[in-house]
Design a protein around this ligand. Structure first.
Ligand code: GRF
Length: 201
């Protein structure tokens, strides 16, 4: 199965997926990595592994809808089975969503619907919650609103800072991403209204 991955940062989730793909039993390959900005570590990681990459920046286009269409075309070219948004910091537009209906997932570092947006771990600390975690969900037109496929939980410790909590979340998040993408590609998934389910093996 073919995966396209969207990143904006270091790409540790991408690296975890690439490592999983090294095992033929996992049955997946990363066929394209796209970033929306320069300087993403994940682009270098992909390049050195010989994976095709593209940098598609909003600023290089007349407007956001041209960017959206260019992103949709770039993603469609290698015919991925699944688009994985892994630390991609832009909202996807209608052209991308229409090109891959129900086939785009995003990983987010909070237990949604709590703490959407880009400050998940800081918001968790600010609210004094005792557990935090990561959510893998199907992307829709909202911000962090799509049907949830998987969640994993970590404890929030009294001595946590944003950094230590984020690191603990990211360890669980990467494992969840690898596990869930594998299950989706092997056994499929289904959506029933607001709920999504991984098919049983
Ligand atoms: C992840 O924690 C994700 O939830 C958040 O950004 C982080 C991406 O990390 N949106 P990386 O670039 O995969 O290391």
């Amino acid at each position: 199965r073919r995966l396209a991955v969207l990143i904006s940062g270091g790409g540790s989730n991408l690296s975890a997926l690439m490592d999983a793909c090294d095992d033929p039993e996992y049955g997946c390959e990363v066929v394209l990595v796209v970033a929306d900005r320069d300087g993403c570590g994940g682009i270098e990681t992909a390049r050195s592994a010989g994976i095709p990459t593209a940098i598609i920046k909003v600023g290089d286009f007349a407007d956001r809808s041209d960017w959206d269409r260019a992103l949709a075309d770039a993603l469609a070219a290698p015919t991925p089975d699944l688009v994985v948004s892994a630390g991609f910091l832009k909202m996807l537009g209608p052209a991308v969503l229409r090109t891959f209906p129900g086939r785009i997932i995003n990983t987010h570092n909070s237990l949604l619907p709590s703490f959407p947006g880009i400050h998940g771990p800081a918001d968790a600390l600010a609210h004094g919650v005792k557990v935090a975690g990561a959510t893998l969900f199907l992307v829709d037109e909202g911000m962090d609103t799509g049907q949830i496929l998987a969640q994993c939980v970590v404890d929030v410790l009294e001595e946590d800072t944003e950094e230590t909590l984020l690191e603990r979340i990211k360890i669980a998040e990467r494992a969840q991403l690898v596990r869930t993408v594998g299950a989706m590609m092997r056994d499929g998934w289904r959506v029933e209204g607001r709920r999504a389910f991984l098919n049983r093996p």
